[in-house]
Ligand binder design. Structure first.
Ligand SMILES: [Zn+2]
Length: 584
């Protein structure tokens, strides 16, 4: 039987977004005006939805492994109009707090809406669809996965799991109801899809980046919701604020900057406060010392990243408020400027990912990538976001002057005569040929295996509607050799450098290198950010770090994996904090 579809009539217009109720933070944060749980109504990209909800990118499955029970799926689109699957209904608008806490449908809606919004933010900032790291379009969301104080992303299961647990005061804490935890875990999945080599054992910044970046996305996503940031800046009944409530210090002290607040409060009842108070880290250079063990631990390292970005956020926000400061500052304006600054900074951070090297990068590389990518979409930067970022990273010892120049210096022009512009925008073989023919210009070492991992066309839109079309290509190189062979290469190419003496000479090592290339709207090369494989000083430093952390794999090798099965890596990272309670 043939299926024939004809488009003779225009179908009824379908919505592009729908508005859904979520918890603005988590059940412990109350609306100061009403005393009820603080909620937000947010725009979520519309698509045809089945029961679950189950859409093109997410599938909510409310299966509880501890209870071995499957809850009824939520029907988010029960209305037949404008078309089956498109007739959305926000069933939880205006419902009492108790309903939100106990109805399984609400936790399904909360995880779905926050995950879909997080993905939409990435796709809007990058100007293209973002794939998962596994061969499937739908990521499973399991809102009451198990009776444990944990939540994690599993690549193998293609899922985000959200646990629940009894707090010491006996109330039930659900990680699926915490905006920051849902956004944090979704970011792990997105980042894994964008840059799957970020998960390779690398230098300490790379290990910390997954955690720090997920925290940054969670914090800025919450701050970008006006209801959330509104609860931070004072009493809603009072229409104005005083200038001394709006200093960096006053705003920094806010409880809003505590990520995982309810989770932390419940787990650390005696200590109080949240898990990661990144924003309260005093700017310091201590973390840059290679032998300072505290800051070598991935979570602590991640906190530094979050601290630098949140410092930049406070800088931008207060700068935006400066012109309106006075005895009575309009509260609505304060909220609006803060939400806008959060949204903008979040997009800057996301866009920077495309300009980062795919492997072996550090926070200085991220800063360089952020500044270069932002210049493309916001050349004039009227609110001085870039300066705020430079200042914040600088306060932690990363200075713009220390950055390598990453822009291509055109000592020779690449030849495009034999290249197809269309193929360069989509075809890994064509991109490989481009690299092959320009190894000198790109400083690619031909001795090592090279693979083009991604070719991604994107259309970025800057804050003032400035449109930039680009193609992002990333390549990696890898080399497997013994420690003795590593030392032999170093002896001939970099005599002062050796593998750490604690590595036996027969040990197998895996080394990485790679780079990111950006082509402009005409298919011409405009940017490269590379981490050459033959940088033996970096390779030796990486080996020393991996040995110091004890990251040998199960076969006694170094640099291949963290020693766990790949898909459960995020469980391990979440469990590896020096604080045993800190498991998400
Ligand atoms: Zn995490």
């Amino acid at each position: 039987m043939a299926v024939v579809t004809a488009f003779l009539e225009h179908s009824r217009p379908r919505p592009r977004t729908t508005r859904l109720t979520i918890l603005a933070r988590d059940p412990s944060v109350l609306d100061p005006a009403t005393g009820h749980m603080l909620r937000a109504v947010v725009d979520v990209p519309a698509s045809r939805l089945d029961l679950g909800p189950r859409g093109p990118r997410f599938y909510v499955i409310d299966f509880d492994a501890s209870e071995e029970s499957l809850h009824d799926p939520l029907d988010l689109a029960p209305n037949p109009e404008p078309a089956p699957g498109w007739g959305y209904h926000d069933a939880f608008a205006g419902r009492p707090d108790a309903d939100l806490l106990t109805n399984p449908g609400f936790r399904a809606q909360n995880v779905y809406a926050i995950a879909a919004r997080t993905l939409a933010t990435f796709e809007a900032a990058l100007g293209r669809p973002v794939p998962w790291a596994f061969p499937n379009s739908q990521l499973n969301l399991v809102p009451a996965a198990f009776a444990e104080a944990n939540a994690y992303y599993s690549r193998e299961d293609q899922a985000l799991y959200f646990g629940y647990f009894k707090a010491p005061r006996n109330e039930l804490v659900r990680t699926s109801l915490a905006h920051d935890i849902v956004a944090h875990e979704t970011t792990h999945a997105i980042l894994d899809g964008l840059r799957r080599r970020f998960d390779v054992p690398g230098m300490p910044d790379q290990a910390g980046f997954h955690e720090g970046f997920a925290d940054v996305v969670a914090l800025l996503s919450i701050l970008a919701v006006p209801e959330s940031i509104g609860a931070l800046v004072g009493r809603p009944s009072d229409g104005s604020l005083s200038s001394d409530e709006l200093t960096i210090e006053a705003l920094r002290g806010s409880v809003l900057f505590t990520i995982g607040r309810q989770f932390g409060d419940a787990v650390h009842e005696t200590r109080g406060g949240g898990l990661r108070r990144s924003i309260e880290i005093t700017p310091t250079n201590e973390w840059l010392r290679p032998h300072n063990r505290e800051w070598q631990e991935p979570h602590r390292r991640g906190e530094i990243f979050a601290a630098m970005v949140m410092q930049a956020f406070l800088g931008v926000w207060t700068a935006r408020l400066a012109p309106i400061l006075g005895p009575a500052v309009d509260r609505g304006r304060v909220v609006e400027e803060g939400a806008r600054a959060a949204r903008h900074l979040l997009e800057m951070c996301i866009r920077a990912i495309d300009y980062c090297p795919p492997i072996d990068f550090d926070y200085a590389d991220f800063l360089a990538a952020l500044l270069a990518s932002d210049k493309e979409v916001s050349p004039d930067d009227p609110h001085q976001y870039r300066q705020a970022v430079i200042d914040a990273f600088g306060a932690f010892g990363l200075r713009a002057s220390a950055l390598k120049s990453v822009r291509i210096k055109l000592k020779e022009w690449p030849s495009y005569r034999s290249f197809s512009y269309a193929a360069l925008r989509s075809d890994p073989d064509e991109a490989f040929r481009f690299v092959w023919e320009n190894v000198g210009l790109l400083s690619v070492d031909q001795r090592f295996y090279l693979n083009i991992e991604n070719v991604r066309p994107s259309v970025r839109v800057g804050p003032r509607g400035f449109v930039v079309a680009e193609t992002v290509v990333d390549y990696v190189q890898e080399l497997i050799l013994s420690a003795a062979e590593f030392n032999a290469i170093c002896a001939s190419e970099a005599p002062a450098i050796k593998a750490p003496s604690s590595i036996p000479s027969g040990t197998q090592l895996k080394l990485w290198g790679g780079g990111t290339i950006i082509f402009d709207e005409f298919g011409a090369l405009k940017y490269q950010h590379a981490k050459p494989l033959a940088d033996w000083r970096r390779q030796a430093a990486r080996l020393a770090y991996l040995v110091d952390r004890g990251w040998w794999d199960t076969k006694g090798r170094i640099g291949f994996s963290y020693g766990d099965s790949l898909g459960e890596r995020f469980v391990a990272l979440h469990a590896s904090g020096d604080n045993p309670d800190e498991t998400w």
